[in-house]
Design a binder for this molecule. Structure first.
Ligand code: ADP
Ligand code: ZN
Ligand code: MG
Length: 477
């Protein structure tokens, strides 16, 4: 039998705030176990939480990035459950009134663009971490991560293949990093996702029973886990079996999943309002202010570069991988509106020297857009010798001098003055009568020989166009 694959993702992303969601502990990955915690994030008696305003702002930013409606009240609830990494025995989360609802993410699929609806984005806190492998026979718990702010982005079951799921996840990660709310480091667990999968007879409107795999933290794991699950469910359905609604554990090393527990539902968590945290009014003006400062998202920016600036797709992809780079590129264009020329320079020089350590530095200290454009203009107008642009760029990167000063200091100026070059050319012509003969016999290659000689004599500084013109003039007399 043929089946439609139905997938919904719940993406958890840690928010890159200075402090935790409801206390002032440091929000930082790693550190000595149990050194970033306090009575509040440990849930000791009498401790009172306070909402981190930045975490809420980041949640709203994410909502705006994914076209959500922002609720005008931030209400927090307790999701009650026991687990050793959660000493409070409840997680502060949002259920009835998530901060962001009814959004969508546009992804690219084999058959074109597709909108994946987002049911809601809510703010919550992370739990600690159980450590099972470091000591034989005992498990230890590190509470450093508990209380770290998270958003959970819940999609509708609109994804219909593992590739679409990965594409969706890539889109989410890219956008969240771009708007600066998370670092997106999947290997450190700051972005992870729960994958819900079900099958239904091809074309059927009724959804099948789903299984859920929790905490997948790489694109590869998501793809493999879905492929495995689709095959497993198809086999059961082919044999007239029923899919049990359950939570399964994906083992990426073994490339298989095993049943973990029956699927809980929200009633099981006995959600109730957290009266320690009064609802926060989110004014429209506040949301508007955040919206006003949102950058153009990478996907839109890519399309803008391709469609409006006529850049090749490759360039558009490279330039939009990092917001710092796109911003820098845009600044350069304000000075020199030659997208492809500037793009070549940014890709070959700025990105080469900065490697992956891009910081706003490139704009502030290393090389301002003005300086970069000066180099491009000088190279393009033959003010500097052809190999000079790269040297000039490197020197400029490593010093605080401007390109205009460095060109002089380093002797990189091209010589274009005809009278200055004439003597050199005539000397070389006189010294090479054989080549002159060749030229007169119609061997046009002789001109290359002369050009080479002049370049050698001027140590590469002569303007090739100008010497070509002089040689032609001299030889055709
Ligand atoms: P829970 O937290 O209990 O998993 P949620 O409603 O928060 O429940 O999340 C459900 C997730 O599962 C959503 O991403 C949703 O799109 C997805 N989902 C719901 N029903 C199905 C289904 N039949 N097949 C695949 N995914 C589903
Ligand atoms: Zn704390
Ligand atoms: Mg779930």
């Amino acid at each position: 039998m043929k089946y439609d694959i139905v997938i919904g993702l719940e993406v958890h992303s840690e928010l890159k705030t200075q402090t935790k969601a409801f206390c002032s502990c440091k929000n930082e990955f790693g550190g000595q176990p149990n050194t970033h915690c306090c009575p509040i994030c440990l849930g000791l008696p009498g401790a009172l939480p306070t909402t981190n305003k930045t975490a809420l702002e980041y949640t709203i930013k994410a909502g705006l990035a994914f076209n959500c409606k922002i609720n005008n009240q931030a209400v927090f609830e307790r999701k009650n459950y026991f687990y050793p990494d959660l000493s409070k025995a409840y997680q502060i989360s949002q259920l009835e009134k998530p901060s962001c609802v009814n959004g969508y993410v546009t992804i690219d699929t084999l058959s074109g663009e597709k909108n994946i609806r987002i049911n809601n984005i809510h703010m919550e806190e992370d739990a600690g971490k159980n450590i099972h492998d470091d000591f034989a026979g005992v498990s230890l718990v590190d509470f450093n991560r508990c209380g770290v702010p998270l958003i959970e982005i819940v999609s509708e079951p609109d994804l219909s293949s593992a590739d679409e799921a990965v594409s969706y996840l890539e889109q989410i990660k890219e956008s969240l990093v771009y708007i600066g709310v998370t670092d997106g480091k999947m290997q450190e667990g700051s972005l992870r996702c729960d994958v819900n999968v079900s099958l239904k007879p091809e074309g059927s409107k009724i959804l099948g029973n789903r299984t859920e795999m929790k905490n997948l933290n790489s694109f590869k794991a998501v793809k493999r886990a879905i492929d495995y699950e689709v095959e497993r469910q198809a086999k059961i359905l082919d044999n007239d079996g029923r899919i049990t609604q359950e939570t399964r554990r994906w083992d990426d090393a073994k490339e298989e999943s095993t049943s973990m527990r029956g699927k809980e539902n929200s009633q099981d968590y006995r959600y109730f309002a957290d009266r320690d945290l009064m609802p926060i009014i989110v004014e429209d003006d506040y949301v508007l202010e955040i919206a006003k400062n949102m950058p153009m998202l990478p996907r839109a920016r890519r399309q803008y570069y391709i469609n409006k600036l006529s850049l090749p797709e490759y360039d558009a992809n490279v330039l939009t991988q990092d917001k710092i780079v796109s911003d820098y590129f845009d600044e350069c264009l304000k000075i020199l509106n030659e997208p492809k020329l500037v793009s070549n320079f940014v890709m070959s020089n700025v990105l080469r020297l900065s490697k992956s350590n891009l910081t706003p530095d490139i704009i502030e200290i290393r090389i301002t857009p003005e300086n970069l454009c000066d180099i491009i203009i000088m190279a393009n107008n033959n003010v500097i010798i052809s190999s000079g642009a790269k040297t000039l760029f490197e020197e400029c990167w490593n010093s605080s001098k401007t390109p205009k000063v460095l060109v002089k200091e380093l002797g990189l100026e091209q010589v274009s003055d005809e009278s200055e070059l004439l003597k050199t050319v005539t000397d070389i012509i006189e010294a090479n009568p054989q080549a002159v003969q060749d030229f007169k016999k119609g061997n046009k290659k002789a001109i290359t020989f002369f050009m080479g000689q002049v370049m050698k004599a001027t140590r590469g500084k002569a303007n090739p166009e100008v010497i070509k013109k002089i040689i032609n003039q001299q030889l055709n007399i």
